[in-house]
Design a protein around this ligand. Structure first.
Ligand code: HEC
Length: 139
């Protein structure tokens, strides 16, 4: 009983140390070029913003999601997306996950360029979506 208890707390200490190490690395890399576009981001959204910038999303969709060669992502959640195949879909979370993880699954009408694929994992994509859905139009 006591032995397994101390084993477990030992593991918890190790996990905490790993978490500290990871966040130190994150802080070190995040201080670089982060011209922050949104304030009061949740931790997931802040991580999503970092991934958005380092994964090239910002190059096509703008650092603040304002759009460029790719569509604007500001306020996209819940809106109707017209697709090249004539269908219209609602940009719910499942759509946004597909749009990022499998860019060719549904292609938004009106863009000559095709979005390239990326190497984001599903949990990274969820962070990116937390960032996208926190974007607000800059007035
Ligand atoms: C080379 C430019 C380019 C890059 C890089 C890129 N995209 Fe796109 N993205 C597009 C274009 C063009 C479309 C619309 C055509 C299509 O669906 O392929 C699009 C569509 C989308 C959509 C659906 C938008 C809508 O209007 O319904 C989302 C969401 C999205 N991109 C997110 C991302 C994220 C997140 C990244 C980074 C991992 C990324 N994109 C990287 C060009 C790009």
């Amino acid at each position: 009983m006591t032995e397994s208890h101390s084993l477990r707390s030992g593991r918890r200490v190790r996990l905490a140390l790993v978490a500290v190490a990871v966040s130190m690395v994150w802080l070190a890399t995040a201080c670089g070029d982060d011209a922050s576009t949104a304030v009061n981001l949740s931790p997931a959204a802040a991580e999503g913003q970092r991934l958005y910038n380092v994964s090239g999303c910002a190059g096509c969709h703008g650092r603040a999601g304002q759009g460029g060669v790719g569509p604007t992502l500001v306020g996209i959640a819940g809106t109707e997306r017209p697709l090249v195949d004539g269908r219209t879909v609602i940009a719910d979370e499942a759509y946004l996950i597909r749009a990022i993880m499998d860019p060719n699954a549904e292609i938004v009408a009106g863009y000559s360029l095709r979005m390239p694929s990326n190497r984001l994992s599903e949990s990274e994509v969820l962070s990116v979506i937390a960032f996208i859905t926190s974007l607000e139009p800059s007035s």
